[in-house]
Design a protein around this ligand. Sequence first.
Ligand code: CTP
Length: 402
Amino acid sequence: MLEGKKIILGITGSIAAYKAAYLTRALIKKGAEVQIVMTPSGKEFITPVTLSALTGKPVVSEFFTANDGTWHSHVELGLWADAMLVAPATASTIGKMANGIADNMLITTYLSAKCPVFVAPAMDLDMFAHPSTQHNLERLRSYGNHIIEPATGELASHLEGKGRMEEPDRIVACLENFFSRRQSLAGRKIVITAGPTYEKIDPVRFIGNYSSGKMGFALAADCAARGAEVVLVAGPVSLSTPPSVRRIDVESAAQMYDAATREFSDADAALCCAAVADYAPAAYSEQKLKRTGENLVLTLSPNKDIAAELGRMKRAGQCVAGFALETEHETVNAQEKMQHKNLDFIVLNSLREQGAGFRIDTNKVTIFEQNGNKTEYPMKSKREVAADIVDVLSEYIAPVKK
Ligand code: CTP
């Protein structure tokens, strides 16, 4: 899977840099062409001579070659690569990447790179756990970068904990996995609804819900990473659009319905992830409602069910999947929803599970399929849950690989 792939390996100043030689060799053995870019402190931990001997190319570290003034173009490097891997990535480099502090060749290359970027953090456990590091990693994820989680074990400080750079073989496996999935949904169009809807009461008030949109955005990112054409119909959320995703912003359930049904007509699949308001105020008040001191009665009218409509529109070969967020009788309710909305599968998340639900980064789901399959997954990050869901979706819309 890495045959002929051009990979920039960024090496920073961590003791784990000693593993970079093995990592370089492992990438080359898989057929990759490797260009090393080092930060100045990376060179304190492993010599450029070792690395250039392995890659057969000079290591790039400075903007200019000192003796003849040759300029090393980070822009050309960034465009040359099929992937950039920063391993080991220190807290400092992660912080600079997250904030665009371009004070060395590695960061300028990162900012110029148009290719997928992988980051393998390596640091002490407390540094890794620090909110600042976690916040920076979250930022990198929001840019579409792939974080290769560090392992737990003995660290250079002799403390035990999470922060040890993942083993080179596993890093290589991550890249291989990425490239093998990358085109698996090429040519497929997938419509995803995400986030809450806001139903206007008057010019300053609305009925909404706590949905953050994170699950739907993670699904969009995953489908796009596998090469699908993704249309993300998003309610009001404060999330950035994943790379290569076409986003249609809507506010109300009615607007979401119009966009989703229009886009689904020539799509291969729809993932209905939005927390659509079931009701909207029957009448919108042009003027702000005034306080009267009396009870206020709002009359609500039912909204159209988007998932059910897509299930009704569905032609042979199209797949529609939905979500069920339940607080009781989870299994029965989820399966009933799958039936009456004519979904191919439904993803159940129970609000009773700790770590599942709104406004958090983890989720614990069970997938029920129309063919009777039931798969329970452990607690995972929403990104990992998205990958599990898209794996199931792929069985419906991707050519079956033997
Ligand atoms: N859904 C939708 N349009 C609606 C309501 C729900 O597309 N107007 C979709 C959701 O995106 C989800 C699935 O239907 O994929 C189930 O949503 P949920 O709110 O759990 O179900 P409801 O049908 O609204 O049932 P209830 O609120 O009574 O549990």
